[in-house]
Ligand binder design. Structure first.
Ligand code: FNR
Length: 378
């Protein structure tokens, strides 16, 4: 209502409210290397395209004669009451989305402005403590890329705990970077600019001698990055991961029901169904098509989801298919690129407003009602 009301008075949202126009504007505004970093995916980007396209073969059936004058989008996750199921997925090197290289702080500010939690990436440009401080009262999560050096991993987790993050999300699918032709064809390694200023440079374990922060040399920075991270995780590492923190532990990138069961047996508190937005492996089926199998195997364990969310309608479909929380990736990055913290906040508000309006029209007063209604493959 507020968005429409303002629009009628000629006050339009800071950035376009639909993804296609948003992406087109970002395409025009971003330097080519930054654009290829955010927009690009793995191989010929078939999986990335499928992620978004697959939402079109899931549909919902409306219910009538239900009082939906008030909608409750709130959800519970790890004992937190969140105002909506939407969160900001972890995006590394977000610094480069804004001119000042502090895109991570702008993302955190958007989180504070909207109440939408941010999952801060290990590969943020700003230190994780500063990112947490910008999130204000909105709870945040910390995403861990596991360094080869266990002490560094433990130090990052301890810092995240001390900074007040509410969950540790370990990404499993990125011990090596996927085949990304856009980067190779243009020799436009976007990370070059961001790599000289990374969150982990500030870590005491890193500084105490793992490597010299290559602040002046971007190529060395990228090489150091590969040397520092890239630990291959196996199920044998689960006791170590589990023992590292008392915070809720979530595994990101789990899509197979057998892996879901194994993760839960070994102590995971949450399962994050995602194919990294199609950036890591090509040829995989759309993430939303894997969600029902993951939800079924997870039972009462909460399932987080991302990959392909482009609108509020997509959020509601993911909830209908059983997601407890739904991550948005590229859309908020484009918001950052076009309007900093306000731009990202505007993107998130549009997604929330569309979700809310859909619930109103479809007769779903709560997310439980959305789940009860479900979604059907068309
Ligand atoms: C990512 N993603 C990601 N994931 C993660 O666990 N750690 C990270 O540092 C990053 N970095 C990153 C950078 C960029 C530019 C993008 C676009 C994505 C993956 C991200 O968390 C999420 O899984 C996808 O972005 C979801 O897909 P959509 O919403 O972008 O389609």
């Amino acid at each position: 209502n507020a968005i429409y009301g303002a629009g009628l008075s000629g006050i339009l949202p800071t950035v376009p409210v639909d993804f296609a126009t948003l992406e087109k504007r970002a395409q025009a505004a971003l330097p080519p290397h930054v654009l290829s970093y955010v927009q690009g995916g793995c191989g010929d980007e078939w999986t990335q395209d499928q992620n978004a396209a697959a939402f079109r073969h899931w549909g919902m059936v409306p219910r009538m004669m239900v009082d939906c004058t008030r909608r409750d989008l709130s959800t519970e996750l790890f004992g937190l009451k969140l105002p909506s199921p939407v969160f900001m997925a972890p995006i590394g090197v977000t610094g480069i989305m804004t001119q000042d290289l502090h895109g991570d702080l702008a993302a955190a500010k958007a989180s504070a402005l909207t109440g939408v939690p941010l999952c801060a990436s290990t590969l943020s440009n700003d230190p994780l403590e500063k990112v947490a401080a910008e999130q204000g009262d909105t709870p945040g999560f910390f995403q861990l890329y596991t360094p080869r050096n266990k002490e560094l991993a433990e130090s990052l987790v301890r810092r995240a705990e001390a900074a007040g993050y509410k969950a540790i999300i370990v990404t499993l699918d990125t011990w090596v970077t996927g085949w990304r032709p856009r980067d190779l064809n243009t020799a436009n390694f976007p990370q070059l600019r961001g790599a000289v200023l990374m969150n982990y440079f500030s870590d005491p374990v890193f500084r105490s001698g793992l490597a010299k922060p290559p602040e002046q040399d971007p190529v060395a920075a990228i090489q150091a990055w590969a040397a520092v991270f890239g630990k291959v995780l196996t199920w044998d590492d689960m006791p170590w991961l589990r023992g590292m923190t008392k915070l809720p532990l979530v595994l990101k990138g789990i899509c197979h029901p057998d892996d879901v069961r194994r993760a839960i047996d070994l102590g995971a508190d949450g399962i994050y169904c995602s194919n990294h937005g199609g950036r890591q492996a090509n040829g995989g089926i759309a993430a939303i098509d894997m969600l029902p199998g993951v939800v079924e195997a997870a039972g009462s364990t909460p399932v987080l989801f991302d990959s392909g969310i482009r609108s509020g309608t997509d959020v509601i479909k993911a909830v209908a298919l059983g997601a407890r929380a739904v991550g948005v990736g590229r859309p908020y990055s484009y918001g950052l690129a076009l309007g900093g913290a306000e731009g990202a906040a505007s993107v998130l508000r549009a997604i929330l407003a569309e979700a809310d309006l859909l619930m109103a029209v479809n007769g779903y007063p709560t997310l439980d009602a959305v789940r009860a209604a479900g979604a059907q493959r068309t």
